[in-house]
Every structure is written in structure tokens, then in C-alpha cells.
Design a protein around this ligand. Structure first.
Ligand code: GLY
Length: 392
């Protein structure tokens, strides 16, 4: 009888433990285990992990070449510092972001991505004036790409690389909405309204020209840099001009939520809501809310998923929940639950030490298909930190 009672007690305890949902803090603890392993490698190489190559080896970024993703791993370390207050994350972030500190004049619109996620988070947490200097340099370069005729910041340089073949004159991609946070933040910190004016103009032109009536967006809008007229609408990383590239929808959502944060302008909130509704009601989104790489990919249901788009969406919806409480929260939490399942979250020590599996860089470029990506990890950790702030 005693033995039976003991067995029953142990079973109850085990079932109870098993059924208990992993808390947000547990998820951050688990993420930290993997990031610690990656960090050891990154520090030994003095390089930043990006993704995997076609042989399954980690792609490391060093200082030789600008890379639009180089801010994300230091940014993830800043979030770990915010959560844990452990100096080792602060020191490592400072060291790794110094790899690209001299790239503030790179000929790229991605300066907002790179410098806001790294130095921007660092400055937010430390108020180190040297970090602000770097942010200002990057912001000034971004502003130098502004074209007053179209009212937009130039995304890809039309005379370089694969873009040269497309015949564009002033291409603007929906991703560029993600560079506005750096500009808004710089005006707030420095009092110089130039950055904010550029950001507002870009957001307004994008709202007018990038979106379809259903709230979905084109990837690329090409402008005439002389007249500001729209020349064409196309895709680069999506399936087709009229399809919905999954990460593009997520970048647009995140971008307009940020615009609302800095302006309280209801037009931006409406735009964010329209995009959110499109994402949440799209019949092409699978039940677990992790989208296929393009909502209209012809190979659905066998098309690769894009965990990075899901992580960006979850983080954006968690901020939208601050302005419209309860409307978008459950969907965001369901995404995070899915990303924290074995299907998407790697077992510690596997997945070349990245957190999440199953993201897509660019299928049309045959690049980074069904791989881990450092920005999927960044927005996942950001979303966990936002959940913690909300005591979720
Ligand atoms: N250019 C950013 C992205 O690939 O989503």
C-alpha cells in the first residue's frame, strides 16, 4: 500500500511538472544557454554569426564587408543584458559591435537595422555617449539617402550588385520601414528634427504607394528620383509582384507600430491594424501562425516556413498590444508558443548554436532556405523581453 501511494505521488508530481507551461523567464533561461554557447564561439573568432551556408557551416561576419545582419547578434546580447544585468553580455555586445563601428558611412539603407539593434539598444541601456556618436553617424548617412522628390530614403543602390539588372532608379523596399526607428530616436535624443522629418516623409510615401487595399504590401516600389512619380512595383524576395512576401508583411507591421510609438498619429496606428488584420486573417497562414515564406508560394503546403517573419510579427504585435490592449496579444503569444516548440526551437547545443530553425533569407536568390537566421533569434528574444515587461 505504501509503495502504491508513493508511486501515485511521484506520478502526480511528474504529470504536474510536465503539464506546467514553460514561463517566459524559463524561455529566456533556455535561450541564454544556447546564446552562451554561441557567444563563446563568437568571442573566440571575434566574429558575428549570421546563418548557415549550403554545406551547413555557420556563416561568420567579420569586419571586411558590410552585412545588413551584423547588428542582430550584439542586439540579442543587449537584450540578455537588459534581462539579466550580467556584465558579460554588455562587455561582449560592446566588443562584437565594435567589429562594424567604422561602417557608419556604408552605402546602404540597412544602417538603421545594423546600428539601432546594436548601438541603439546599447545606448538605451547604458547612455554611453560614444554609442550615440556612432548612431548619429549612421543616421546622417541614412538621411543622405533621402530624395525630396519622392519623399523616400533610397533602399538598394540601383547601380550595384544584382539590383543593377532590374533597371530601377530609386527602389524603396518595405523593409526600409525598419530603419525609421533609428531616425525617430535620434531626433528625440538630440532635438534635431531633421531625422524625424525624413522618417515621417518616408512613412507617409510608403503608406501611399506600397500597400494594396487589403493591407498587404508590395516588396519594391521604384520611384523616378527626378519627379518622385512611382515608376513600377515589383518583388525581389517574394514569389511575384502581386504576392505577399511573408517577411515584408512583418517589416511593414513593425515599422508602423514604431511610427505610432513616436508620433501618436492615428493614421500610423490604423496602418498597423490593417497590416495586422491582413496577417491574422490570411487563409494561407498555417494553424500555428508561422507563415510560409510567401503567402502565395506555389508549393504550399510544402513551401518552407519563415520563422523570422513570425518572430518579427510577434514582437510587433506585443507592442501593438500596448496601444490596443488585448486585441493582438493572444495571436502574438500563440506565435511565441509555436516558436518555442521543438519544431522551431533548437535543442541546446544543436542547430549550429542558433536558437530557431526554419527561416528563409531569399528564395528567388536561392539563398538561405530553411536555415537559422540571426534576426529570427533577435526578434524572438526581443518578444520574450516584451512579454516579461508585460508580466506575460
Ligand atoms: N532586407 C531584409 C530582409 O531580407 O528581410
Amino acid at each position: 500500500m505504501k509503495k502504491f501511494l508513493l508511486t501515485a505521488l511521484v506520478s502526480t508530481l511528474l504529470v504536474g511538472c510536465h503539464a506546467k507551461q514553460e514561463s517566459t523567464n524559463d524561455r529566456l533561461v533556455r535561450a541564454r544557454q544556447q546564446i552562451d554557447l554561441m557567444l563563446n564561439e563568437a568571442l573566440a573568432r571575434n566574429a558575428i554569426p549570421r546563418t548557415l551556408d549550403k554545406e551547413g557551416q555557420t556563416v561568420w561576419i567579420n569586419k571586411e564587408k558590410f552585412d545588413w545582419t551584423e547588428g542582430f547578434f550584439p542586439g540579442t546580447l543587449w537584450y540578455l543584458y537588459q534581462w539579466s544585468r550580467q556584465e558579460k553580455y554588455r562587455n561582449a555586445a560592446v566588443r562584437l559591435q565594435s567589429i562594424f563601428e567604422k561602417q557608419t558611412n556604408a552605402a546602404s539603407h540597412d544602417l538603421g537595422f545594423v546600428f539601432n539593434c546594436s548601438y541603439g539598444n546599447g545606448y538605451r541601456l547604458t547612455r554611453d555617449p560614444q554609442m550615440l556618436d556612432i548612431m548619429i553617424q549612421a543616421g546622417n548617412t541614412l538621411v543622405s539617402r533621402f530624395n525630396p522628390a519622392s519623399g523616400t530614403i533610397l533602399s538598394w543602390n540601383p547601380d550595384r550588385g544584382w539590383q543593377k539588372l532590374r533597371g530601377w532608379k530609386h527602389p524603396v523596399i518595405i523593409d526600409n520601414m525598419m530603419n525609421l526607428e533609428l531616425l525617430f530616436e535620434l531626433s528625440k535624443i538630440t532635438g534635431d528634427s531633421t531625422y524625424r522629418k525624413v522618417a515621417l516623409s518616408h512613412a507617409d510615401a510608403t503608406m501611399k504607394n506600397h500597400f494594396r487595399p487589403d493591407g498587404s504590401s508590395y516588396h519594391v516600389v521604384d520611384y523616378d528620383p527626378r519627379t518622385g512619380e512611382v515608376r513600377d512595383r515589383q518583388t525581389a524576395q517574394g514569389y511575384a509582384t502581386e504576392s505577399s512576401w511573408a517577411r515584408g508583411q512583418a517589416w511593414g507591421l513593425y515599422g508602423y507600430v514604431v511610427c505610432y510609438r513616436y508620433t501618436q498619429d492615428p493614421r500610423y496606428l490604423d496602418m498597423a491594424v490593417r497590416i495586422a488584420r491582413y496577417i491574422m486573417s490570411a487563409p494561407e497562414i498555417p494553424a500555428d501562425h508561422i507563415p510560409y515564406w510567401d503567402y502565395h508560394a506555389p508549393e504550399i503546403p510544402n513551401a518552407p516556413r519563415d520563422a523570422s517573419a513570425a518572430a518579427v510579427t510577434a514582437s510587433a504585435l506585443l507592442e501593438l498590444d500596448n496601444y490596443l490592449p488585448q486585441t493582438y496579444r493572444d495571436y502574438a503569444l500563440e506565435i511565441i508558443n509555436a516558436l518555442s516548440s521543438d519544431e522551431y526551437r533548437a535543442a541546446t547545443g544543436t542547430n549550429n548554436l542558433f536558437l530557431l530553425k526554419h527561416s528563409v533569407g531569399s528564395i528567388p536568390h536561392n539563398n538561405e532556405i530553411d536555415v537559422p537566421l540571426n534576426y529570427a533569434d533577435y526578434y524572438y528574444v526581443e518578444a520574450l523581453c516584451r512579454m516579461l515587461d508585460k508580466q506575460l
